[in-house]
Design a protein around this ligand. Structure first.
Ligand SMILES: [Fe+2]
Length: 165
């Protein structure tokens, strides 16, 4: 089911417990990362995926620590929406494929199952998609000045560790 519209109201999410904030936030990150890595990615899906990744990296730690941070909650809601646009057009990947099995067989919450699987799939993706992961890291501000001369492989590995830590 794909909705015609979304109402993103941070006040509704204000009382969400921290563990559900974390689980759903990692789901957003995974949607965006998998859309970015998809063979069906496009200029449009890349825009939404990169925007979502950047926002999650900035706002998920804030809203996890302070669930009443409405600015960060709203940013996460928009990131979820952007990630949804990206993956509905580009598709998902191995993280979701494996996480769905974990959820079905062991009743692990969806986002937490993604969090368990994500580091392993990123490691595999780092082998074959260094350039693409490095491009995402550069686009989302994860490469600090002074690191710009590093190779795609180094940047892809470093940024992948940041996503899962
Ligand atoms: Fe998901």
């Amino acid at each position: 089911m794909v909705p015609l519209a979304a109402a993103i109201d941070p006040v509704i999410m204000k009382g969400m417990p921290a563990h559900i904030t974390a689980d759903t936030g990692i789901d957003v990150l995974t949607h965006a990362l998998e859309a970015w890595m998809s063979a069906n990615a496009s200029v449009e899906t890349d825009y939404y995926a990169a925007s979502a990744v950047k926002s999650v990296m900035q706002n998920l730690p804030l809203v996890y620590k302070d669930g009443g941070n409405l600015k960060a909650r709203e940013a996460m809601g928009i990131a979820a929406h952007y990630g949804g646009i990206a993956f509905n057009k580009a598709g998902l990947g191995y993280v979701h494929a494996i996480a769905h099995q974990l959820g079905a067989h062991y009743s692990i919450p969806h986002g937490r199952a993604n969090a368990i699987v994500l580091p392993y799939v990123l490691d595999v993706n780092c082998q074959g998609s260094k350039k693409r992961l490095a491009e995402l890291a550069r686009k989302t501000g994860m490469v600090k000045s002074g690191q710009a001369s590093k190779s795609d492989a180094e940047i892809a590995t470093t940024s992948s560790r940041k996503y899962v830590n």
